[in-house]
Design a protein around this ligand. Sequence first.
Ligand code: MEV
Length: 327
Amino acid sequence: MTDELPPIPPHPLPVSARAPGKCILFGEHAVVHGAPELVVAIDLHTQVLVGPSSVTSLNHDPDATAKNPYFREGLARAWPDGPPIEVRAVSRIPRAAGLGSSAAFAAAFAAALGAARGGLGRPELAQRSFEIERGAQGVGSAGDTTAVVGGGYLAVNGGDGPVLWTVAGADRRWTVRRVADPKWSWVVCHSGIPRATGPAVRAVGARLARPDGPTLLAEFDRVARDGIRAVGAGDRPAVAELMRRNQELLREVGVSHPRLEALIAAAEPAAEAAKLTGAGAGGSIVALPRPGREADLVRRLARAGGLAFVVRAEPNGAALVDAPPSP
Ligand code: MEV
């Protein structure tokens, strides 16, 4: 396995780390069942500051281990038997929006604690961040945490080229490969309807267990595989057509929502295509703006009641903030 991004270097407490959000372009839900996914890290971040303390707390709340499963899992998996710590977390990633806020917290927290424990390689950070998120959520794939650890465009269970790393779950493994960055901007729009990943993943699992499930999963697989190729080749017309097909499939498995459909329709004049991104059933859409129409697209989505913003790929995944240069 290669590891193209630098490891997280050692750093004593206090230490600060950050991780980007993510946007899934193809293959959400199907990736949980082993199909490919294309995900891009986006330029919104969560930042975590960890320092020594007499009492463990998160944002001054000493009861956070009982209230926040991501914090509890992070401590259990990345700081076992460690001394008390004070943790502060701030984020520009909207929560419960399908944009990777929980994965970014898991990865930034694991990176900071890993640095304080002598540093760690990126494949190990990807594995640990996945375990934190999976432990907190109970279901899900390694796609979100891999995206925020690896940065840029990444294919999970697909693509070609060298494998960056493999993440192991209890029931399956996900391989991760780099996809060439086409240097496009995207517009993401939050519907304002919060969604929870766990229930949506379980509902899709039940849907795919029905007799036509394997046929649907095979089509998800084809669309994501072609989508990975089309994004890597910078082929916008092909990407747009595949996004529309992916949205049809997501609608078919029951994770679209009338508000998401309204936003997709509102995007149409200024976008080559749009689809939901993430778990769906609320959350956000992602649109590929027509060249030069980003601002127009943002305005149209705002008029339709969404919170829209332009995002670009964030090439660096999780990293220490103001870390000393690697030796
Ligand atoms: C959620 O961002 C993406 C899902 O595919 C769940 C997962 O992969 O863990 C719906």
